[in-house]
Design a protein around this ligand. Structure first.
Ligand code: 13P
Length: 286
């Protein structure tokens, strides 16, 4: 199996994106991997700190290993929004393929220093690191009934991104270009600021750019983002909604057998993953 770096290089060259699909339950993982297998797509399974504390870091690694072996697919595991060196280290030691260190709330220089500490530990263990500059607001699974306003000062400043990458040499960089975690109640978020993405792309040429908050992003915005250098897109809220709705709809008749009601939740997760993999153009890239 080729490593994750290979797929990021291919994605950059051929202008497609790898989906990172977050999970906290085995049924979600089964749904994600079933679609990846059908569409022969590489995938990244993502766990936030909260998701991995519930599921278990070692358990997530074990499941990735089993599914890789069973399907022969390039299935990778990322720690999403790691906040402290200690927790990121635990994920690396458990066997994650990559870690996202989110120091975006820190002043730039402190963010750089903390990210470098993570990279130093990750690098010689063969683990890729995603850094973050700019504030990607809000939380996954929030559904906003009022129009969500993006604060211009939260967008990634291209010169901050340039300084960050020159100093840290992070493999990937998560940026704020009008994206946010969660979705608006309409199901469709505001368009991304592609002009900001282009300015960032110009100054951080060889670094893979990552789009967080993929749920609800208008499809045309996603296409343009991929065209302009986004090579990894994170999806969580839409998967959580799909899983929960699938489950609720199936539980109305009093079914109590998990293996009879969970497939309904899995089927809804699969619909989301299939739409995204097609949109991200990662099908048949495994
Ligand atoms: P959404 O919940 O908006 O899909 O964002 C997921 C994400 O970016 C995880 O890091």
């Amino acid at each position: 199996m080729k490593n994750l770096k290979y797929y990021f290089i291919q994605a950059q060259k051929e202008k497609w994106s790898i989906g990172q699909f977050n999970f906290s339950d085995l049924t979600q993982v089964k749904g994600i991997v079933a679609v990846a297998e059908k569409l022969k797509s590489p995938v990244i399974l993502g766990t936030s700190e909260g998701e991995s504390k519930w599921f278990g870091l070692e358990e997530a690694v074990a499941i990735r290993n089993v599914l890789r072996k069973k399907t022969g697919l390039p299935i990778f595991l990322n720690l999403d929004h790691g906040k402290t060196f200690d927790y990121v280290k635990q994920a690396i030691d458990a066997g994650y393929d990559m870690v996202h260190f989110d120091g975006s709330k820190l002043p730039l220089l402190e963010n750089i220093e903390k990210t470098k500490e993570v990279i130093k530990y990750a690098k010689w263990r063969g683990v890729l690191v995603e850094g973050e500059v700019g504030k990607i607001g809000t939380e996954s699974s929030k559904i906003y009934t009022e129009k969500f306003e993006i604060n211009e000062t939260d967008l990634t400043n291209p010169s901050d991104a340039e300084i960050f990458i020159k100093d840290t040499k992070s493999d990937l960089l998560a940026i704020g270009i009008g994206n946010f975690h969660g979705t608006q109640a309409t199901g469709e978020n505001p368009n991304l600021k592609i002009d900001v993405l282009k300015r960032i792309r110009e100054v951080v040429k060889n670094t893979g750019l990552v789009l967080h908050g993929g749920s609800g992003t208008p499809e045309e915005s996603v296409r343009q983002a991929i065209e302009n250098g986004i090579i990894k897109i994170n999806i969580n809220t839409e998967l959580r909604i799909a899983f929960t709705e699938g489950l609720k709809n199936r539980l109305v008749d009093g079914e109590i057998v998990p293996y009879k009601y969970l497939p309904a939740a899995q089927a809804e997760v699969e619909k989301v993953v299939e739409r995204k993999i097609v949109l991200f153009k990662s099908a048949f890239k495994a």
